[in-house]
Each structure stands twice: as C-alpha cells, then as structure tokens.
Design a binder for this molecule. Sequence first.
Ligand code: PAF
Length: 280
Amino acid sequence: MIISSPQSMQKKALKWLKAGKSVGFVPTMGALHEGHLSLVRASKRDNDITVVSIFVNPAQFGPTEDYGSYPRSLKMDLSALKLFSVDAVFIPDVSDIYPEDFQTTVNVGKLSQPMCGKSRPVFFGGVARVVLKLFNLVMPTRAYFGLKDYQQFLIIKQLIKDLNLPVIIVPRAIIREKDGLALSSRNAYLSKEERKIAPRVYAALELGKEAAKSGKNPKQVQRIIEDHLKKNFVIDYVTVADPLTLASLKTFRGKALLAVAVWLGKTRLIDNLLVNQDTH
Ligand code: PAF
C-alpha cells in the first residue's frame, strides 16, 4: 500500500496502535540497496507491521549539495519492497512535509558538531527535524537505522532520549560489497575507475584497526589512516573517537570509533569501524 498524505499515514498509524500492533519503521531517501533491505528484513522479523518511507529531504542538504542530483529510482524501489510485502510505503510530497508556513527547527546539540556536522552544517538539523516528523506520522514501535551513518544514529538516539519519544531505535550493521565498499545510494555517482578506488576507504580503516590493536595511540592511528587515504582521496575528516560522545580520543580504553569522510571526484564517501581495545 502506498500512502502519500501525512494525514492518511497518521490515521493508519493510529489504527495499528489501537489494534495493539507493533510497527517497524525504516526511514529512507529511496535509491534502495541491500543496506536498506537489511533494515526492512529486520523490521519484518521484529514487528507485526512494517512501514518504509521514501522521502528525499531537502532540509538536510546544503545549498551547494546534491539535493537535485540525489539518485531517485522510485519504480525499482517499489519493486524491491514488493518482494518483502511491506505493509505501507510512505511517499510524501515536499510540500506536505514542509508546507509554506513551516517554521520549526530541531537541533541535537553537541553530537551534531564534529565529523560530518563540520562540513555539512545543516545536515543533522534537517535529519532530526524530518525524523521527528516522520516518527509523529508513523508512530513506530521500533525504527531501524544503518550504522554507516553512525553519527546520524547517535543523534537520533539522543533525540529519542531527550524528548522521551516512545520509539526503540534499532541499529544495524554496515552492509559491504565483497571488496569492502560500504553500500550507499551515492555509490551510483562513482565512475568505473572511481569504483575501483573506493574500497580503499575501508582498507584504510582496516589498517587503522590493525595499528590500534598493535598498540599505536589514537593520534598515530589517525595519521596512519590519513596517510593511506590521501594517496587517493581528498580528506574531509579522519577521527578516532569515543563511540558514545564522538569526542576525539587521547588514549585507547574500551571501544573506539574510527570514522572517515572523503571526496572521490564529486562523490563524498563516509565509512567507519568500531574497534574494541579490550578484546584483542
Ligand atoms: O539516512 C537517511 O537516508 C536519511 O538521513 C533519513 C534518516 C531517511 C532522513 O532523511
């Protein structure tokens, strides 16, 4: 079932709520790949009802970013979702989500500042705003987010906690191509040549992980990753951070997040790896 109006979506959600059904929600911007489908699979497994939203959210793109060219493949997305028999696909119009007099902003403070927040200053505000609105329309029991967007996951988790939203957030592992490239809708931008180079992002993270395990400190690990990346990419950031606060680490203790964003031509790639310094 395709639902396009926010009012109809909320009406359906209230009906499911009244009937005591659990609702799993997978928010997406479409151009679905196996990463998204793994979230749908998890939702189908955990809930009575599964809702997928497809909405390319203009509020999370800066004025010079790729809102206009963001991959859109609605027909293919709907065929993929048909195979999963999801209960509803919510595909609202921009004007229904953001009517002319829309004026509310939602910002999650500190977590939005480092990493992607530095080079994409409007991104997380736009994400938090639309996700909160979608939660109010779909009223999910559980919402599924991929860990490739690790910072986004933490921000939504904080939003849920701060505002006491009655939603359980379910993180799911990054899905990778055989050569290690993390799946992303933006991989569609890569030329054939760039596609061959792109897996070196993950290779750099793996090198960083090895270095951490062999006793190097966070600064040294960061440098090793940077040295590897700068041969092929323009680096936006490389961080070795606390996986709960995203603050840069000075020493390793327990879990650490290795995260990077790089440019390969006109494509921005992000990826991350969690390392556990207690278990090596
Ligand atoms: O991760 C995404 O695809 C988007 O940021 C989301 C969560 C659907 C909000 O637009």
